[in-house]
Unconditional design. Structure first.
Length: 178
């Protein structure tokens, strides 16, 4: 199972390559748009994971030539700049799917291979405490763990938020500011 990973963030690309290799893929990593078609021609990947941003340019124009060169390959666009417009454009250009970073390895494998993972969903409604906790964590994540800014946005005193955070394990790394 040949997988071509196109990622301009070399450290992220190498990490992703190692993870996918552990999943049984034979991986080749390229980091610039100039290398993509040459690598695809030489490596003949069955799967292509294509980062949306490659330096100062977008990788969307690469989808059609890749699709022409490798019509049976699965092309998945991976981006940290997710939007409905780019998702629609990627699919229109010929991508099979679209993933937003950060993404876990199992989701990448499932999306590339078309074998969606079965996820059990607990259909019981969240309690008000659970909903509050989820909201606090989401705002905290948006603020990169900044407790003071999170407290301001939630309209609560910083100490109150800190007490709440001490009661449960955090879903995000917290940084304490003034």
């Amino acid at each position: 199972m040949n997988l071509l990973i196109v990622e301009d963030d070399v450290a992220y690309g190498q990490t992703l390559s190692r993870r996918m290799h552990k999943q049984g893929f034979n991986v080749e990593l390229v980091s610039s748009a100039d290398e993509v078609l040459l690598a695809a021609r030489r490596f003949e990947p069955k799967y292509i994971l294509l980062d949306m941003k490659l330096g100062n340019q977008t990788s969307l124009p690469l989808i059609k030539p890749l699709r022409s060169l490798l019509p049976e390959s699965s092309i998945v666009l991976l981006t940290g700049f997710a939007s409905i417009a780019t998702a629609v454009e990627a699919i229109r250009q010929g991508a099979n799917d679209y993933l937003a970073k950060p993404v876990d390895t199992q989701s990448v494998v499932a999306t590339l291979t078309g074998k969606k993972a079965v996820v059990e969903v607990d259909e019981s409604p969240l309690s008000s405490e659970q909903m509050e906790w989820e909201h606090i964590n989401q705002v905290l994540k948006t603020n990169n763990g900044n407790v003071s800014e999170t407290a301001r946005q939630l309209g609560m005193h910083r100490r109150t938020l800190q007490r709440k955070l001490q009661k449960k394990p955090l879903l995000v790394k917290v940084e304490h500011y003034g």
